[in-house]
Design a protein around this ligand. Sequence first.
Ligand code: ZN
Length: 382
Amino acid sequence: MNKRRSQPYVPVFVAVIGVIVLILVGYSVLPSSDDDESEQSGDVTPTPATARATATAVSEPTPGPEPVRLTDEELQAYQPNELGKVLVLMYHRIDHDAAPDNVWARTPDQFRGDLQWLYENDFYVIPIRDYIGNEIHAPAGKRPVVLTFDDGTVGQFRLIEQEDGSVAIDPDSAVGILEEFFSRFDDFGRGGLFSILPLAAFAWPDGEDQLQYAETKVQWLIDNGYELGNHTVDHIDLRDLSDEEIKAQLARAEDLIREMAPESEVSVLAVPFGMYPSGGDTSIFEGWEHDGREYALQGALMVGAEPAPSPVHEDFDPMWIPRINADDEQLDRWFRFVEDNPGIIYVSDGNPDTVTIPEDLHPWLVDTLDEEKAGDREIIKY
Ligand SMILES: [Zn+2]
């Protein structure tokens, strides 16, 4: 498995803040060649986490990696609730011709409207690996949201040849719409999981002319803070397969994606049709061998049907992550649910090293914290 945890999605301003922190805090020890001090310099080099935490208090940079805690006033202002539910949205086709009642397709304008609603309601796009690993880097007061796209349809990512022979991203494809939105709102986060069918990446169902760009697109996504998910090779119902066939489908899909973009993690499976191996047995997902190579998934995604639990909620199981289908009926329902029940929704404290939970919890969340899932993170109740 590729264990590299590259984080290209961290916004540029965090890197800038990191450099400022490095200059303010770490500069004095960095140039030293003394052994003890160079060890210290390793401690003060800002990671994205400490840089982010420090970004909330730029005027008073924190010396060293000590995480910044919110003041009482900030807790009241931001109302963090890291036991709340996270929206994981599931998209399929993005298509001009989508009928309004097509539950598997969204028009470009519908998709723009979804993003606009999320932005206006304080959501912040995070990568799914951060949700699964409980490394949520959303700023204090923001509600994390994960965007997922299944099947790698042509409308999700289309390249258009220009007169000079270069190619440009179709501004009406999902990636074009996301890029335009992310560039306009730098406080909206960044990311998206594309669980593709690697033999028809972003060419399904009728975009054969786009197949020539498959590798370019897959590599571009990895280079620009997006993630690639496994969706098997043949979009096959796992209930119909033997264990060996399941292992082969998952391994081959991962290998094919890695051939296009070697550094992609491919550690999350969008389970085709939401149909798990028979009996709901996810033990293969946890780790398997195929053709002498070892594989493992960090998470698996269902099809439907509700907001997902916080990574520290007793119900959280990374192999059973619920998603909300992006159709008018489901989005209307769950967007209204968010508006009516803000106390159920996850609100970040801006610090991935702490788990901040209000004492006055919504009844649905009372006694649902699984402290073991918090690991080394400090639990703060207010
Ligand atoms: Zn699918």
